[in-house]
Write a protein that binds this ligand. Structure first.
Ligand code: NAD
Length: 443
């Protein structure tokens, strides 16, 4: 994917929303000043993490935690492991988190973290030592009502578990210095500092699939408004946590997913892919990430005659009803936007469409359901996990999914209303909804 600076894209989106919000109104210095504050994070932390490698040598990794804005509550946002992580990327992602939490009307602000690393090149032991090192390095600036991290690209519940463990060690040490012993209840509350944990560590039912399921609820709401129905087809870029789950939920909702891809390339299966069999086949292709090559699985079998290979670029240009970028930033740019043939784009990744591409898609009449709305199901169930830990509760999956459905439907409805009343695209509308809520909360 291209090297367009995601933070510059994020700021362009902020400018568009600010302009739309103040259009035709008298100059309001108070609003302008608050928006100016939203152009920079409140705090940025750069950590270096020394890790003993399996061969006894030492490697030093660079990591970040950016705390963008906490006007509506504790900073909230995932931790990404990727060789392309940069400070500007983490800044952009933390800004989008602030906007996302506001769109979903959660009592949380925005933050994000990342480590520059190719995790697939590490052994499990090295990955654990790196994760523990990062957890320890940021322990002083996080907490249930300060900053609440979660998984993102290449991180998961196991990694969160290692970080929680390190965070608790630091907290126990601090308590000991004060002559206090932490009770089980105290520790459960402290565990709410990380979400996306495994269930046995205090995680929430439904968290792993929440981003995908939330995306489906948003999509259904917007499709109704667009009056798009009948036998719909979809193509999904990315087949990780978010990509796999949205494929699964689209399939369950009767939408035929004809193409999926991962970082190694994609597959096109016109009859519609079987998500579980495709995942199984990808795993069989070998660890750590064998790729989708030859996984033409449809109905109840995988058969080489059922499909063909497709490149990541070609997948974005397929004549489907719904295009779902679910991998990384900058998938749809000014170079390929004019070739998109879908009727609607559902952004499940963060920042997959550049502002220039947005303009092209808008002119082509292709609505883009923006990331800060479509993928907000993940942080919504993270917020539920945080709430359950703080209250000492454990909700059933049915309870979680009912609450998620309501949050997503309300958020999509609010964005649609803003797009109609401000006569603007869905992204600008989502930013308007978020900005209004954040500006109200800012002192
Ligand atoms: P993941 O690591 O589980 O999966 C990422 C997927 O993208 C993998 O299948 C990988 O092979 C693929 N990929 C990487 N580079 C690619 C490329 N150039 N072309 C095509 N595919 C490529 O990560 P994830 O958690 O599924 O996150 C995916 C996106 O969704 C990210 O933008 C993330 O920030 C966003 N997101 C994740 C969550 C969550 O709950 N995990 C929540 C909201 C948003």
């Amino acid at each position: 994917m291209s090297t367009i600076n995601p933070f510059l894209s994020a700021m362009k989106q902020l400018d568009n929303a600010h302009a739309a919000l103040t259009k035709g109104k008298k100059k309001n210095t108070a609003i302008d000043q608050k928006v100016a504050q939203l152009r920079e994070p409140q705090r940025m932390v750069n950590v270096s993490i020394p890790v003993v490698m399996d061969d006894g040598s030492q490697k030093i990794f660079q990591g970040y935690r950016v705390q963008f804005n906490n006007s509506r509550g504790a900073y909230k946002g995932g931790i990404r492991y990727h060789h392309n992580v940069s400070l500007d990327e983490v800044k952009a992602l933390s800004f989008w988190m602030a906007m996302k939490c506001a769109v979903a009307d959660l009592p949380l602000g925005g933050g994000k973290g990342g480590i520059i690393v190719d995790p697939k090149s590490l052994s499990v032991g090295e990955l654990e030592r790196l994760s523990r090192g990062y957890g320890k390095a940021i322990a002083d600036i996080i907490g249930p009502d300060i900053d609440v991290p979660a998984p993102d690209v290449n991180t998961n519940g196991i990694i969160m578990g290692w970080m929680v463990d390190e965070f608790l060690k630091v907290q126990r040490k601090k308590a000991k210095l004060l002559g206090v012993t932490l009770t089980k209840r105290d520790e459960m509350k402290l565990k709410s500092t990380f979400t996306g944990k495994a269930i046995r560590d205090g995680g929430s039912e439904g968290r792993e699939e929440a981003t995908g399921l939330g995306g489906l609820f948003v999509l259904k709401t917007i499709l109704k408004k667009l009056r798009l129905k009948g036998r719909l087809t979809a193509a999904v870029q990315g087949f990780g946590n978010v990509g796999y789950n949205i494929v699964k939920f689209l399939d369950e909702a009767g939408i035929t997913v004809v193409a999926v891809s991962d970082s190694k390339g994609g597959i096109y299966v016109p009859e519609g892919i079987n998500p579980a069999l495709t995942l199984e086949c990808k795993k069989k292709n070998g660890p750590p990430d064998g790729g989708l090559a030859g996984c033409y699985c449809s109905g109840s079998v995988c058969d080489l005659k059922k499909g063909k290979q497709v490149t990541n670029d070609a997948l974005l240009e397929l004549p489907v009803d719904i295009l779902v970028p679910a991998a990384l930033e900058n998938a749809i740019t000014e170079k390929n936007a004019s070739k998109v043939r879908a009727k609607v784009v559902l952004e499940m990744a963060n920042g997959p469409t550049t502002p220039e591409a947005d303009v092209i898609l808008y002119k082509k009449g292709i609505p883009v359901i923006p990331d800060i709305l479509s993928n907000s199901g993940g942080v919504t169930v993270s917020a539920f996990e945080w709430e359950q830990n703080l209250k000492g509760q454990h909700w059933t999956k049915a309870q979680v999914n009912t609450k998620l459905a309501k949050k997503m439907t309300d958020a999509a409805g609010a964005v649609w209303i803003a797009s109609v009343s401000h006569k603007t695209d869905l992204r600008t509308a989502a930013f308007i909804v978020a900005l209004e809520r954040i500006l109200k909360a800012m002192k």
